[in-house]
Design a protein around this ligand. Structure first.
Ligand code: GLN
Length: 431
């Protein structure tokens, strides 16, 4: 059975780059429920730009695997959401099409890079959205907008049809107002896809029955270190105390590699991005260029016009780090640091089931408040470890500071996404 839904929301917060108006859907478990999709996930017949001018006019001829699964489950795909260009950012201000505003307070950023998806859910426009998370892009906007967002374990969800930013780090994941909705989406989007060779075949099923089952929780001191706003820290500690009150064992621990995690992340992601983005020549899509120029000059003109400042910065950083003679100095070292983060996490997981802390060191800042790129990168400090180590991690709301939401981050062992979700569900019900 096929039905039509009419979707023309009042989009006060600029969550959407495009809405679909009439949408077809089939009968299935989601039965016509509306879902918004981040604009870097390929949707057949619907323009997909990654928030970049260089891809304007690109209409994918095929669906990403997750989109095929959602359609099969009866979801109504109602629009594409705003994002930092190619996922590069923490605020959604780096979109070529203007920023999204935070529904909690429109003077503030919604977080990024999946800020449009988070705002669409937070504003109540859609019950579900998909985002992608390379270094925090699902969890950061979930935290800033006061919703729930899960970055699945690396390999749990097919990346087929996700326009790549940094392949070794990123995953598509669900965003919604509550944990059960996130879990419902996980049941759908985790179906195996041999077209993503990094995917493992492990069907997802979480009971969401509210049983904490005597878990033990590690709290790394570094997650409450320099740069973490004391009022955010205190809200998160209250949540941790709730777990203690419910019989969870709380163990403070050390994760010294956090000091190098950001450097490892930013070298790795810029190297991968410089290679992934090399194919965008602006010939078929994008702003176009003067035909009078030589190939070299027109390629350069189109990319200069088509990419925003942050994307250019990262392409240059990545190209430099991979250039002849520098590989050992930057990329190889970043991989050693990445290994240290993984080893630290696995050592902690010998004693505990989960790692808990804040998602972001601060609440949503004001639009335009941070202009220094390095200062912006520093705000990713607590989200990148899970990407470097490939671990499942969720952000759920745990309180407010100055009227702005604070996110609690729960990180699990590899492929224990269900335990992460179950624990988040318990907190949501009782915390
Ligand atoms: N803020 C991080 C970055 O700019 C994370 C982005 C993401 O997860 N896509 O790289």
């Amino acid at each position: 059975m096929t039905k039509i839904t009419h979707f023309n929301p009042e989009d006060k917060f600029h969550a959407f780059l495009k809405t679909c108006g009439d949408t077809e859907y089939t009968t299935g478990p989601l039965n016509g429920e509306n879902i918004a999709i981040k604009d870097n996930i390929s949707t057949k017949g619907i323009e997909t730009t990654c928030g970049s001018r260089i891809l304007t006019g690109y209409i994918p001829p095929y669906d990403a695997h997750v989109i095929t699964l959602l359609k099969k489950a009866g979801a109504a795909i109602v629009g594409k959401t705003n994002m930092d260009e190619f996922g590069m950012g923490t605020t959604t201000e780096n979109s070529a099409f203007g920023p999204t505003l935070n529904p909690s307070n429109p003077d503030h950023v919604p977080g990024g890079s999946s800020g449009g998806s988070a705002a669409a859910v937070a504003a109540g426009i859609v019950p579900f959205a998909l985002g992608s998370d390379t270094g925090g892009s699902i969890r950061c906007p979930a935290s800033f907008c006061g919703i729930t967002g899960l970055k699945p374990s690396y390999g749990r969800v097919s990346r087929y049809g996700l326009i790549a930013y940094a392949n070794s780090l990123e995953q598509i994941g669900p965003m919604a107002k509550d944990v059960k909705s996130v879990s419902r989406l996980m049941e759908i989007i985790t179906e195996y896809d041999p077209r993503d060779p990094t995917m493992i075949n492990k069907p997802y099923h979480c009971r969401c029955d509210g049983e904490l089952n005597g878990i033990s929780v590690g709290v790394p001191e570094e997650f409450f270190g320099k740069g973490v706003d004391p009022s955010v820290a205190s809200v998160v500690w209250n949540a941790i105390k709730w777990f203690e009150g419910e019989g969870a064992e709380i163990i403070t621990c050390r994760m010294p590699s956090v000091e190098y995690a950001l450097a490892a992340y930013y070298v790795t992601c810029t190297c991968e991005a410089s290679s992934n983005l090399a194919r965008f020549d602006g010939v078929r899509y994008g702003p176009g260029a003067s035909l009078k120029l030589s190939w070299h000059d027109s390629f350069s003109e189109r990319r200069t016009e088509g990419f925003g400042t942050e994307v250019k910065r990262r392409i240059m950083l990545g190209t430099f780090a991979l250039s002849s003679g520098y590989y050992g100095k930057y990329y190889a070292k970043a991989q050693i640091a990445r290994e240290n983060v993984k080893n630290d996490c696995m050592r902690i997981f010998k004693d505990v089931d989960l790692i808990i802390g804040p998602t972001m060191p601060v609440v949503a800042f004001k639009l335009g408040e941070i202009s220094d790129p390095l200062q912006m990168y520093l705000t990713d400090i607590l989200t990148v470890p899970a990407n470097l180590a490939g671990l499942p991690a969720i952000s759920i709301p745990c309180g407010k500071v100055d009227g702005l939401p604070v996110g609690l981050q729960i990180i699990g062992k590899p492929f224990e996404d269900e335990r992460v979700v179950e624990t988040a569900y318990c907190y949501e019900q009782g915390g």
